[in-house]
Write a protein that binds this ligand. Structure first.
Ligand SMILES: Nc1nc2c(c(=O)[nH]1)N[C@H]1C(S)=C(S)[C@@H](COP(=O)(O)O)O[C@H]1N2
Ligand SMILES: [Mo]
Length: 195
């Protein structure tokens, strides 16, 4: 007697209207901002929080490391299964900075790209500030040296070249949200557009 434990079949892991890819497509607006670490790079968390922080790159890399294996879903219809990331858990970060009157977060990336989301998206177990992908340092085209990873949302919320998280009271649309993309961006509900 025994229970046969099965992994979820891959077909159950692909949201409606998506197909899987084996490669790792590169999508962004504008140019890759840099391929080597800028001397003045920092990462800041500010806004409606009790404990604002600013870390240099070496300080950031001394924070507790988490890893996550997850599927990712781009609104242009590709899904990549079993991607592995290392970085700093956003849940850990929330405990540290203690949001105070904030409902949402704006992710600020190099060159003015932004993505907005409710704080709950950072509370999610698999969300992180990622700096390694599949055992290697994050490549410049995928967001080196740091990107946000919000894998339960369409991938445009996962801002590459992340420089800051701003905690705000009330929601403000980010870069793609201002162009009519969905504010909530749940791939399982196929929330691609706002209309
Ligand atoms: N800074 C920045 N981050 C970004 C984007 C961008 O244009 N700029 N594009 C988003 C979109 S639409 C997607 S699908 C993913 C693509 O990530 P990848 O190039 O690592 O696959 O990055 C997201 N993060
Ligand atoms: Mo995307």
């Amino acid at each position: 007697m025994g229970i046969l434990k099965r992994r979820k079949p891959d077909s159950d892991r692909i949201p409606p209207g998506q197909h899987t890819v084996k490669d790792f497509p590169v999508l962004h607006v504008g140019d890759i901002p840099y391929t080597e670490m800028p001397a003045d790079w920092d990462f800041r968390v500010y806004g409606r929080i009790a404990v604002p922080v600013r870390w240099t790159h070496s300080e950031f890399r001394n924070l507790p490391v988490s890893s996550v294996t997850t599927d990712i879903h781009c609104v242009t219809s590709w899904t990549k299964l079993d991607t592995t990331w290392e970085g700093v858990s956003t849940r850990w970060l929330l405990d540290l900075v203690q949001p105070n009157g904030a409902t949402h977060v704006v992710a600020h990336a190099e060159g003015g790209y932004t993505a907005n989301m409710p704080i709950e998206d950072l509370q999610a177990e698999r969300s992180m500030l990622a700096y390694r992908f599949d055992g290697e340092e994050l490549a410049p085209e995928h967001g080196f040296p740091l990107r946000l990873l919000i894998p339960h949302k369409y991938f445009w919320k996962s801002a590459k070249w992340l420089r800051a998280l701003e905690f705000v009271d009330g929601d403000e649309p980010g870069y793609w949200e201002r162009f009519g993309y969905s504010n909530t961006a749940d791939p399982w509900k196929e929330e691609r557009y706002a209309f």
